[in-house]
Design a binder for this molecule. Structure first.
Ligand code: FES
Length: 167
């Protein structure tokens, strides 16, 4: 009698445990969906709010200027700060903000540092080169253009948003 009770209680224990684990996993999968349904803004931001880079429209010229700034990355309830950089300048009358990360293997590109190509972005790691608008130059290692930031002007100040891949 006591042996039988014992066996049943073990089975019950297993049932409860498996139900609990299954429920926990289901909750883990459903929670992000519910969160996005309740707050679409969370998804839209994707952790890439527009951030002031401390430059005004009047500070801009056709000469690329490097700016360094911090962005807050929101992942669920966790917020962290990441540093970012951009080359910001006027190109054909538009504000262009390029990522300085080389699209070959991720080194940092600089503008005008190769004496032979003073009007190009240059990556010293493997001599990658990009046109002023970020287009990769055929015959150099990078196979796609530099990424570009979304740009907004608010009250005359430059704000940068998410980084977009091109090409
Ligand atoms: S990382 Fe820039 S050329 Fe290779």
């Amino acid at each position: 009698m006591s042996e039988k009770n014992h066996r049943v209680s073990r089975r019950q224990f297993l049932t409860y445990t498996l139900t609990g684990v299954g429920g926990f996993m289901a909750a883990g999968m459903l929670a992000p969906m519910v969160r996005m349904a309740l707050d679409p803004a969370l998804e839209a931001s994707g952790g890439a709010e527009f951030v002031s880079v401390g430059l005004s429209e009047d500070d801009l010229s056709e000469e690329p200027q490097r700016v360094d700034f911090n962005v807050e990355i929101v992942d669920g309830w966790y917020t962290s700060e990441q540093s970012r950089s951009a080359w910001v300048f006027l190109y054909e009358g538009e504000i262009l903000a390029l990522s300085p990360t080389c699209t070959h293997l991720g080194c940092t590109v600089n503008f005008g540092t190769n004496e032979e190509y003073p009007d190009q972005f240059f990556c010293p790691c493997h001599f990658g080169r990009f046109e002023r608008d970020g287009t990769n130059i055929p015959g150099t290692p990078p196979t796609r253009p530099l990424d570009v930031y979304d740009v907004e002007v608010r009250d005359g100040m430059i704000y940068l948003g998410q980084i977009n891949q091109r090409g």
